[in-house]
Design a binder for this molecule. Structure first.
Ligand SMILES: [Zn+2]
Length: 491
């Protein structure tokens, strides 16, 4: 993720104020739905040893995600009846495998009226409390058993504010359409989900919208069906994906299809009505794709592209295969600087998307790396002197404003996207490169991508790769850069 300068300032300077402005993270406990089937709380043993855990013990957000099963795939079948209100009816189908005997298991889900839940095609009872949807399969699920869950629901997505950052996330409806910006926990605002990056899965989307609206989602558009007044769009994403990167965006779009010089497929979606000049900062995406592929290893997904909505939301987000940009992230007076945002989101496709964090406290593995991708693009396009100037001015910035740039390795739950995980995280990589040399540094990045691509990594995993490749003991190096209040000197 990358925030606009304005949003950034507000974020780092206004946190105290934000606490009073931002509603509580997860919507207040939803009353148990009136419609059947439901179960009275007294029928559940609170110490049922076969109940799946309601969280994955993330060190910052222990209730994110759920335990007891792994999801293999989600299919989201959504019919948007009214784009202005995002009134929709939907069926989410989940294929999963139990990792323990399960008398019940949880999904994360906010709002909507649930009209039915089935497990292995049989009706299942359920309960709701806050973001937790607890499902009781009609028969105990055995450890290692594959099972399917189907949740049918209707209504409009509720406004979602994460405790991690001070703006609306999840499915956001605005005056001309809707977009999705879910990091870290907004996905539960539009589908029932095991909402933690540890449980990556395949995704497919079947989304029906009234004309003239169109749909842009992750992966490849495999077909569309014209029903006269409505159109159904089918998207499928081939590679495992963290749930917060799932995106469905609705507007009418101008779609630009091209290839990188080395043949990577690109499709960019621009909200119809935006000026043609809006494409300028994206003109070198193909070159960036090829350059980063050379540095880190082959681009990990089947397609890439940018999506620009015609509204401001103070951020850009690296949704897998389709990064989204708010209008306020694009400065046509300064295309070179906007290009760095484009490079940042593209860099995340390796660092954040292909390799996902194992714990949200590892967020510098996303943001520090994407920030250093900006620096690498500066180096590639403007030369070594420009890279060194970036390092000097960035180091001055973190030294002058230490409160804004806390140690990247220990973010707090209510300020996950702090300046430290970005700029000091990026400088950590630059300092590592100065310490172990270019050859070992880029070999470290490549080995890290080879080893953890498609899965998850923790900070310790990256440190281990750097030590293994460089043959150096980097304990003190990483301790200083990631955890000490005052950053070490730049080598
Ligand atoms: Zn980012």
């Amino acid at each position: 993720m990358k925030k606009s300068a304005l949003g950034w300032t507000w974020l780092v300077m206004g946190l105290l104020a934000c606490k009073t402005l931002v509603p509580p993270t997860l919507s207040p406990a939803t009353a148990p739905p009136a419609q059947p089937p439901t179960r009275t709380p007294t029928s559940i043993s609170p110490i049922d040893s076969n109940a799946g855990s309601p969280g994955l013990d993330d060190s910052l957000y222990p209730n994110f995600g759920n335990g007891g099963y792994n999801v293999q795939s989600y299919q989201l079948n959504i019919t948007v009846n009214n784009v202005a209100t995002s009134d929709l009816s939907a069926i989410t189908t989940i294929s999963a495998t139990a990792t323990q005997d399960l008398s019940s298991f949880n999904l994360d889900f906010i709002g909507f009226e649930i009209t039915s839940v089935t497990v292995n095609a049989e009706p299942a009872e359920f309960e709701r409390a806050g973001q937790e949807l607890t499902i009781f399969p009609p028969q105990l699920l055995s450890a290692q058993q594959a099972f399917s869950v189907e949740v049918s629901y209707q209504g409009s997505p509720e406004s979602m504010y994460s405790e991690a950052l001070p703006f609306q996330t999840g499915w956001v409806t605005y005056d001309k359409g809707s977009y999705v910006l879910s990091e870290p926990d907004g996905s539960a605002s539009f589908f029932p989900v095991n909402d933690h990056p540890l449980d990556k899965a395949l995704f497919s989307f079947i989304v029906t919208v009234p004309k003239p609206y169109e749909v842009a989602a992750n992966g490849v558009l495999t077909k569309s069906e014209d029903h006269g007044a409505t159109v159904t769009y089918y998207f499928s994403a081939r590679d495992p994906m963290a749930s917060y990167l799932a995106t469905i965006n609705i507007h009418d779009f101008d779609v630009e299809t091209l290839q990188s010089p080395d043949g990577i497929e690109i499709r960019n979606y621009y909200a119809t009505g935006l000026p043609k000049e809006i494409r300028q900062p994206f003109a070198r995406q193909g070159e960036m794709l090829d350059y980063f592929s050379g540095l880190f290893g082959a681009y990990p997904f089947e397609v890439y592209g940018a999506l620009v909505m015609d509204t401001d939301f103070g951020a850009a987000l690296e949704n897998q295969t389709l990064s989204i940009f708010g209008m306020d992230m694009i400065d046509l007076e300064d295309v070179t600087n906007t290009e760095l945002v484009v490079a940042h989101e593209l860099g995340h496709q390796w660092f954040g998307d292909d390799i996902s964090v194992a714990d949200w406290s590892d967020i510098w593995l996303n943001e520090g790396f994407a920030s250093y991708c900006e620096a690498l693009w500066i180096e590639h396009t403007q030369g070594t002197a420009a890279l060194n100037a970036w390092a000097r001015s960035s180091y001055q910035e973190i030294s002058d404003y230490p409160d804004y740039y806390p140690p990247p390795g220990a973010p707090s739950a209510n300020n996950l996207f702090n300046g430290g995980v970005y700029l000091r995280g990026g400088l950590t990589l630059h300092a590592l490169r100065q310490t172990i040399g270019d050859e070992a540094f880029f070999k470290t990045l490549q080995t890290y991508v080879q080893r953890y691509g498609g899965g998850n990594a923790a900070t310790e995993d990256f440190i281990n790769v750097a030590e293994e490749v460089s043959g150096q003991d980097l304990t003190d190096f990483f301790q200083g850069w990631l955890y000490e209040t005052n950053p070490p000197e730049l080598p």
